[in-house]
Design a binder for this molecule. Structure first.
Ligand SMILES: Nc1nc2c(ncn2[C@@H]2O[C@H](COP(=O)(O)OP(=O)(O)OP(=O)(O)O)[C@@H](O)[C@H]2O)c(=O)[nH]1
Ligand SMILES: [Mg+2]
Length: 191
């Protein structure tokens, strides 16, 4: 039987959750913004080595737009949680901090994901979340962190693959190439 891996993407409105998921699933950056009103679920078949999995990827926006998440459903059986913030928006980073300490089960691999790296690459004054602050918090909580650009497919696949490869159920001597981002050069900010 093919195992299902549940992945949850949480974050404020418009931080880039859908784009992150779509680029991973289809290699396609949605050019037109479409809000996610309710919690959404996408699927992707996935293979590492000779093992096949089904990824079940949830998107949730912390209950904005009046649809409060059923926290139990979010937490239940979650293998990987991506807490997503926008590097150009400090408030979005503060929002995810509420979910850092003890919200998910101990076994869940929690990861901080800063989006829209392309914007600060063009103009560093747009950066509102300093890397040092994220690094400090991620060390404190024992989480990895990534800075990504879905628009230019930077670090998106790397981020998913690195965290998926950490799962114990697929961790038996499988070597995977995690550097398959199209533009994966100097942007691996994972610590
Ligand atoms: N420059 C840039 N813009 C991005 C990036 N990712 C997302 N965006 C833009 O940010 C806006 C929101 O993107 P979405 O992916 O829909 O964000 P979301 O978090 O799913 O939004 P909601 O579902 O409304 O909460 C859109 O206008 C995207 O084009 C990125 O990597 N770079
Ligand atoms: Mg969305």
């Amino acid at each position: 039987m093919i195992e299902t891996i549940k992945i949850v993407c949480n974050g404020d409105l418009k931080v880039g959750k859908t784009s992150f998921i779509k680029v991973f699933i289809d290699d396609l950056f949605p050019e037109v913004y479409q809000e996610t009103i309710l919690c959404s679920i996408d699927y992707k078949n996935f293979e590492i080595g000779n093992k096949k999995f089904k990824l079940q990827i949830w998107e949730d926006n912390f209950g904005y737009r009046g649809c409060f998440p059923n926290e139990k459903r979010l937490i239940e059986n979650t293998s990987i949680a991506f807490l997503i913030y926008d590097i150009t928006n400090l408030q979005s980073y503060q929002s995810i901090l509420r979910y850092c300490n003890g919200f998910f089960n101990e076994k869940t691999i929690v990861t901080l994901v800063g989006t829209k790296l392309d914007i600060v690459d063009l103009d560093n004054s747009k950066r509102k979340v300093p890397k040092e602050v994220v690094k400090e918090n991620s060390m404190l909580f024992g989480y990895d962190y990534f800075e990504i650009s879905s628009k230019y497919n930077i670090n998106v696949h790397n981020c998913f693959l690195k965290q998926i490869s950490k799962l114990s159920l697929i961790n038996d001597n499988i070597n995977i190439n995690i550097n398959n981002d199209k533009n994966n050069t100097a942007f691996n900010n994972n610590i």
